[in-house]
Design a protein around this ligand. Sequence first.
Ligand SMILES: Cc1cc2nc3c(=O)[nH]c(=O)nc-3n(C[C@H](O)[C@H](O)[C@H](O)COP(=O)(O)OP(=O)(O)OC[C@H]3O[C@@H](n4cnc5c(N)ncnc54)[C@H](O)[C@@H]3O)c2cc1C
Length: 433
Amino acid sequence: MTQHLFTDDFKPAPYWWEGAPLDPGAGAAPLPAEADVVVIGAGYTGLQAALQTARTGLSTLVLDAQDLGWGCSSRNGGQISTSIKPSYHELAKRFGPDRAARILAEGRASLDYIARFVADEGIDCSFQVVGRFHGMHKPRLYEAYARQIANPAPGPDTGAFMVPKSEQSTEIATEVYHGGIVYPHFASLDPGRYHRGLLAAVRAAGAAAVGHCGVSEIAREGTGFCLTCAQGRVRAGRVILATNGYSGPLSPWHRRRVIPIGSYIIATEPLAPGLMDRLIPKDRILSDTRKLVYYYRASPDRQRILFGGRVSLNETDPRKSGPHLYAEMLRIFPQLASIRISHSWSGTVGYSFDKLMHCGQDNGLFYAMGYCGSGVGMASYLGMRIGQQAAGLAEGATAFDDLPFASMPLYRGNPWFLAPSIAVYRIRDRLGI
Ligand SMILES: Cc1cc2nc3c(=O)[nH]c(=O)nc-3n(C[C@H](O)[C@H](O)[C@H](O)COP(=O)(O)OP(=O)(O)OC[C@H]3O[C@@H](n4cnc5c(N)ncnc54)[C@H](O)[C@@H]3O)c2cc1C
């Protein structure tokens, strides 16, 4: 029925893999018998951690169950925000005003870190501070946001400003929003090329990265660990768990704390020349105020739209999610009615019950995870910090250390509550509450 929406060369795979094909991580066989540090998971968290430990002179081995970067780190939308979901007031109520301010400051620190990192390492990944336009899907939300920025809560200055509906076309060519807010410091990059550059830096630092080598057991051995993995056993002085939304049965404690949630994206075929300059004239990243968030942007070459969000109650196939995302994209941009989908894909983000990212140590295992869909900057930053902690460096300390990492009774890693929650969010989005 919807076949006509797809291009003839349609791929149910990330658009980013065209410019940065995944690295299978072969060639390190046989596995070393031991390493000072073993990192499990080769996404941004794991690679940033490995870079720190390798650069401090510790022998470092990164293992991934799939091709290196196969998880969220080569599937995301490439939007970088300051990433902290709870407000200052929610955080202050839980942790006190000082800790709340320090947690919010980490959001900005993560953005600054990734900007500096890609520049210092010379990673060609189209990193740009473009700002985000966040559209208001109900008129009263425009007033509410305007009041908020007129009376800002304590914490870092976001520099945010309102754009009324009358001036909206300077940001986006749509009629669906009732104005919006611009966060000028937010950024974008090409996630695949960023991952590829990061992997090259890790290898240049002397670490080995091995793909298709899933870890099935972590056992204590003396002062360290013995890992059982697909290619044999490895002894590790220290272990960093960097599996985020793909955390399986390996560590039940973490699995009980991370909620795996699918997120879906489509890429369109190239648009007619000049059209992108009318649709998204300032090249900003875009999203809106709905609880079921849609996020979208131009591709780095400004030829295609990349449009993401959550379209179904339960997880589904990218061939099915594609047409739903397409319909939502047309609601915002009816100008794209004749454009087809060239790529459609999904990935599994890791949420936490308190909407905060978490890092630290449990039972001797270092970990960083739970970025709640905002991990491009934050997984990079906390990966870097947890690597410093594993290397025993004082600068690894963060405002997230030792925060309670809550689970929920009866939750074992299967989010049975997700479909009902999404149904409620849909209703709230329709009513604007
Ligand atoms: C569709 C989509 C869109 C997104 N858009 C954005 C965005 O625009 N902005 C943003 O900030 N964030 C976004 N995110 C989230 C962001 O991509 C993630 O938070 C971030 O990449 C997490 O990195 P990570 O290294 O912690 O995990 P991942 O990159 O997911 O890596 C985890 C790795 O662990 C491996 N693994 C799991 N178990 C084992 C095991 N037992 N043994 C060995 N290896 C194992 C997996 O194979 C996987 O490769 C998006 C995510 C998705 C899916």
